[in-house]
Design a protein around this ligand. Structure first.
Ligand SMILES: [Zn+2]
Length: 125
């Protein structure tokens, strides 16, 4: 970086020229600051897909696991989007995935128990 007035070499973080005292106008810095602000704004918003996925995974518990697929898909897509673009809701996604996976295990367990119970009663008769 060079001074716009005297063309002296400046330090990267210099605000004023050390030779002539001219104020250093760093256009690159303001651009990065703007970009930074955009990124910060992005990270402030909760990912919609994560939120919807999280809500679905809770509703899924009351629907006996019938909403498993949309809930876990939304959570995973939300998580991928957060990892790519930033944003809040990572915890929501993870909780949603865990809840959905748990409900799937419960559904499988119920099916196995029912099948096993049916099998046992079949033997008893
Ligand atoms: Zn200067």
């Amino acid at each position: 970086m060079k001074c716009s007035k005297c063309n002296a070499e400046l330090r990267k973080d210099a605000k004023f020229c050390s030779k002539c005292g001219e104020k250093v106008e760093s256009s690159t810095k303001t651009t990065t600051e703007k970009a930074k602000a955009v990124v910060e704004n992005k990270t402030d918003t909760t990912n919609t897909l994560s939120l919807v996925g999280f809500i679905l995974s809770i509703v899924n518990i009351f629907c006996c696991g019938s909403l498993f697929t949309p809930a876990i898909v939304l959570c995973i897509i939300g998580l991928i989007q957060i990892n790519k673009n930033g944003g809040k809701g990572k915890e929501l996604s993870i909780i949603g995935i865990v809840l959905s996976a748990f409900m799937l295990l419960v559904a499988i367990a119920i099916t196995i128990i029912r099948t096993a119970a049916g099998y046992t009663s079949y033997i008893n008769y």
